[in-house]
Unconditional design. Structure first.
Length: 310
């Protein structure tokens, strides 16, 4: 009963306990972080008062409310924009070189979600390039101080699903995306801000107009078997126990009939000694001794067969 209770894979809730979001800009000369914040609230879905405002198309109707959370982040970054002017100038030049080679720049958005399980895969990441990037000229004007913001259209999916095995995917059938305005606050020191431009998101986040997302964190099984399934998936469990362990047992049980004369029958040491004596007498040319040993062997085998039949 103890083994069964510890190995019984009962599913339990596995909510998100920590969140961070980051936006990087990539050029031929490297990669810089524009915006990053870890100041995000995690609101359980069951405490939401107006589901229709946040999920108007009812994408989440088939999911358990205990597994859904609304993530609302502050618009201001938790890190400063402390890039020296020479590095920034060289980076702008690298952006122009990338545009000449590839025709566009690249912005990469990262969501990091932290959960309690499965062990070894507590931290999961969603990383994706922003499809509708602004032009290099728009970014240059912000970095040079001519303007202070540029738009990010369809920056990232609005709905995420974190699987029990530790993968982040876009929620099936949900095509909604989040757009925003990335703004550089030219204070001392400067910092970036991301403002969500979708008015329906502000109602659910209770005034927080920064990055937001709706996350479905699937339940994970507990116990020894459950943790193994969550960490290594069903295919790894099959390979380990079915192929490896079963093959070992098969090797131990194969060719049992070849071991019957030595393991299941009475001792054959005397008959083996007679056979070795016959071989030695033949090698020395003692044919009379060989014949005597041969008839002795035949009589011994006949007696042994009689005992086995009884």
């Amino acid at each position: 009963m103890t083994i069964y209770s510890s190995g019984n894979p009962t599913n339990i809730a596995n909510p998100i306990i920590d969140v961070s979001i980051k936006i990087d800009i990539k050029a031929l000369g490297g990669r810089l972080t524009l915006f990053k914040t870890t100041a995000c609230e995690k609101i359980p879905w069951k405490y939401m008062k107006a589901y229709d405002d946040v999920d108007p198309l009812d994408y989440l109707g088939a999911y358990n409310a205990d597994d859904i959370q609304l993530i609302c982040c502050q618009p201001d970054a938790s890190i400063m924009w402390l890039i020296p002017r020479p590095v920034q100038s060289r980076f702008i030049q690298s952006l122009e070189e990338r545009q000449m080679l590839f025709g566009k720049m690249e912005l990469i958005l990262n969501w990091d979600f932290l959960r309690s399980r499965p062990k070894g895969k507590e931290l999961v990441r969603y990383e994706s390039p922003i499809e509708h990037c602004p032009s290099v000229d728009d970014v240059k004007q912000v970095l040079n101080g001519t303007t202070n913001s540029f738009s990010l259209i369809d920056a990232y999916p609005r709905y995420f699903r974190v699987t029990g095995s530790g993968e982040v995917r876009r929620l099936e059938a949900a095509i909604d995306s989040v757009s925003g305005e990335l703004l550089l606050n030219n204070a001392t020191p400067p910092w970036w801000s991301f403002y969500n431009t979708n008015p329906s998101d502000l109602a659910g986040c209770q005034g927080l107009n920064g990055p937001m997302a709706i996350v479905v964190s699937e339940e994970t099984p507990q116990g020894i078997i459950g943790e193994t399934l969550s960490k290594f998936s069903i295919w790894s469990l099959y390979i380990t126990f079915v192929l490896a362990v079963a093959r070992f047992i098969r090797l131990q049980c194969s060719d049992l009939r070849m071991r019957i004369p030595y393991e299941n029958l009475p001792s054959c040491d005397r008959l083996l000694d007679i056979c070795e004596g016959i071989y030695a007498a033949r090698a020395e040319g003692e044919l009379e001794v060989e014949e005597v040993l041969y008839w002795t062997l035949e009589e011994g085998v006949r007696r042994k067969d009689g005992l086995d039949q009884k």
